[in-house]
Design a protein around this ligand. Structure first.
Ligand code: HEC
Length: 120
């Protein structure tokens, strides 16, 4: 006879893990940062796929040229902080800085940059 609370793996931490996984909506472990493409599909696509609200559209080489020229570090900081119609982290404060920086690299690369996806 085992009390349900004593079953290993069903305590608090696994409930937290389930919550994080359902938020992520992608089958990755909670500890694994999302890739730039994943973050883009999850968050940035809302505005940047169509150029909504005057955002630079994904793959629009002309619109991204001056942004890419700002450099990866500078442009990533802008995306984390937000600028004018661009909300901080695309309006998703639960994203890590690393995930936002990866999404920036993903979008820049879609418009011709050759930025490495940040690792840490
Ligand atoms: C709610 C709409 C919206 C979402 C969601 C959004 N953006 Fe933006 N983004 C904008 C708008 C609008 C601009 C143009 C801001 C301006 O320059 O006035 C912009 C501009 C940018 C820029 C250029 C900043 C600059 O220096 O002008 C980057 C980089 C960027 N977004 C990255 C991202 C990333 C990465 C995500 C996803 C994590 C994201 N955006 C999600 C609306 C959005």
């Amino acid at each position: 006879m085992t009390h349900p609370r004593s079953v290993p793996g069903l305590a608090g931490p696994s409930a937290v893990l389930m919550a994080v996984l359902s938020l992520a909506a992608v089958p990755v472990s909670a500890a694994e940062p999302r890739s730039g493409a994943e973050v883009y599909e999850l968050v940035c696509t809302t505005c940047h796929e169509t150029g909504d609200k005057g955002s630079p559209k994904r793959g629009d080489v002309k619109a991204w040229k001056p942004l890419i020229a700002e450099g990866q570090g500078s442009l990533s900081r802008t995306a984390i902080k937000g600028i004018r119609g661009m909300p901080a982290k695309g309006g998703r404060p639960d994203l890590t800085d690393l995930e936002v920086r990866r999404a920036v690299a993903y979008m820049a690369n879609a418009a011709g940059a050759k930025w490495a996806e940040p690792k840490k």
